[in-house]
Design a protein around this ligand. Structure first.
Ligand SMILES: *Cc1c(COP(=O)(O)O)cnc(C)c1O
Length: 423
């Protein structure tokens, strides 16, 4: 027996009971030309804009206009320490200690900077393990790191792939790879929530398996941050990075998060690429000091950060603080389980959900595989102002986001899906 029921009345009742329902009004929801809200299911790609973002950014524009360079010290939120205002909230969201987290640069940049420190290949132990469905940017980053160190990328990349005929990764296969080839592997770089299938992997297990063969373990959390609760500190992974424009609603191309586990916080022997923002804050502006690295994640910073983008992140994180990641995740599990229930109930052979059905093994996204990779289905949804995204090969990704999607959104979406499938 399912906990869910079909029918619009049920969806309406769930929205009435939803304690987070009022947050929808705090976001700009794009509308069609008749003024109806789009059914926006792509928070996994670009989160919607909080209505407060404009005020946060305007504050910094105003302080810059009125204070010029003095804004570094006298702005309402002095720019010099701006990233510090974000650390605690961000650490909360990913389950880390403040010393382990900093907001800086962009995701792919951070992956490279982290690999400078944590990918230290030797002649015999140099390979990098990724998922066969790794995000292209991560794969290119890994390829070029191998190349940079003088290794052949073809030989140097080991792929963890689903078994033949399956869609999802199996942790036992990772164990086998490590047992057989672990002595040659220097680094595991894995998407914590896979962008294509939506599978949420067991980070703690991955860290244990990697560490048992003395490999470093890094996690790309682009699809995890603000979506699931990765408990980064307890997982024991060495490092992680994520962007803030997906589930963290901070605007296109906004800055990224970087995590370095506390166990590495005071290791000044780690190689790194540094800049003046890596240096001890109390002597940074004396300008003549030899490099004195800040302990923890802040020591990976290079540059003074773009405050306008930081302001948009602050607007979003303040909302996360207000609602709490526990409450968001709780609603998310219910909303996506409901979505899963309705799609399954269609019993339509043209589509198949490849995301795990167990809520513990997924975030809010469901990936729907379409028979014969028929992209016209996605196009028809888009024409109905149902915004999902198409990913080769043959998948429609849909993410009901607990912050701003409702049970009625999900209901209406599946009704339309049924219509276009029957078309
Ligand atoms: C979104 C995403 C990226 C994008 O990288 P940027 O540097 O922010 O452009 C990279 N990797 C993964 C896994 C992603 O989901």
């Amino acid at each position: 027996m399912s906990e869910f029921t079909t029918g619009l009345d049920y969806a309406k009742e769930q929205d009435r009971q939803d304690k987070l329902a009022s947050f929808r009004k705090k976001f700009h929801i794009p509308k069609d030309k008749n003024g109806n809200d789009w059914l926006y299911f792509t928070g996994n790609s670009l989160g919607l804009q909080p209505k407060t973002t404009k005020d946060y950014v305007n504050q910094e524009l105003k302080d810059w206009a009125n204070l010029g360079v003095e804004g570094h010290f006298y702005a309402k939120n002095p720019w010099l320490n701006y990233h510090e205002y974000l650390t605690k909230s961000m650490a909360n969201i990913v389950g880390a200690k403040p010393i382990e987290v900093v907001i800086m640069d962009t995701l792919t940049t951070n992956l490279h900077l982290l690999m400078v420190s944590f990918y230290r290949p030797t002649k015999t132990k140099f390979k990098i393990l990724i998922e066969s469905d790794a995000f292209p940017s991560d794969r290119y980053a890994v390829q070029t790191q191998l190349d940079f160190h003088g290794f052949d990328a073809k030989e140097g990349i080991i792929e963890w792939r689903p078994r033949s005929g399956e869609d999802l990764l199996n942790i036992e296969d990772l164990e086998t790879i490590l047992e057989e080839q672990g002595d040659e592997i220097a680094l595991l770089l894995i998407g914590g929530v896979n962008y294509y299938t939506g599978q949420y992997l067991d980070l703690k297990r991955i860290a244990e398996i990697g560490h048992s063969k003395n490999c470093m373990v890094g996690i790309d959390l682009a699809h995890g941050a603000g979506n699931i609760q990765p408990e980064l500190h307890n997982s024991g992974v060495d490092f992680a990075a994520w962007c803030t424009y997906k589930y963290l609603n901070s605007g296109p191309g906004s800055l990224a998060g970087l995590f370095v586990h506390e166990k590495h916080a005071n290791n000044k022997e780690l190689k790194r690429f540094a800049g003046w923002w890596s240096h001890n804050k109390s002597t940074r502006f004396n300008m003549r000091q030899p490099l004195d690295i800040i302990p923890g994640a802040e020591g990976w910073q290079l540059s003074n950060p773009p405050i306008l983008s930081m302001a948009a992140i602050k607007a979003s994180l303040d909302m996360f603080n207000e609602v709490g990641i526990d409450a968001l995740r709780k609603k998310s599990v219910k909303l996506t389980s409901y979505f899963h229930f309705l799609i399954t109930d269609l019993k339509n052979e043209k589509i198949r959900i490849i995301t795990p059905s167990n809520p513990e093994e997924r975030g809010c996204q469901l990936s729907i595989k379409v028979k014969n990779a028929d992209k016209s289905l996605h196009d028809k949804l888009t024409r109905e102002n149902i915004i999902t995204d198409w990913r080769e090969p043959g998948v429609i990704r849909c993410a009901p986001v607990p912050f701003y999607n409702s049970f009625q959104d999900v209901f209406k979406m599946v009704e339309k899906l049924k219509e276009v499938l029957d078309d």
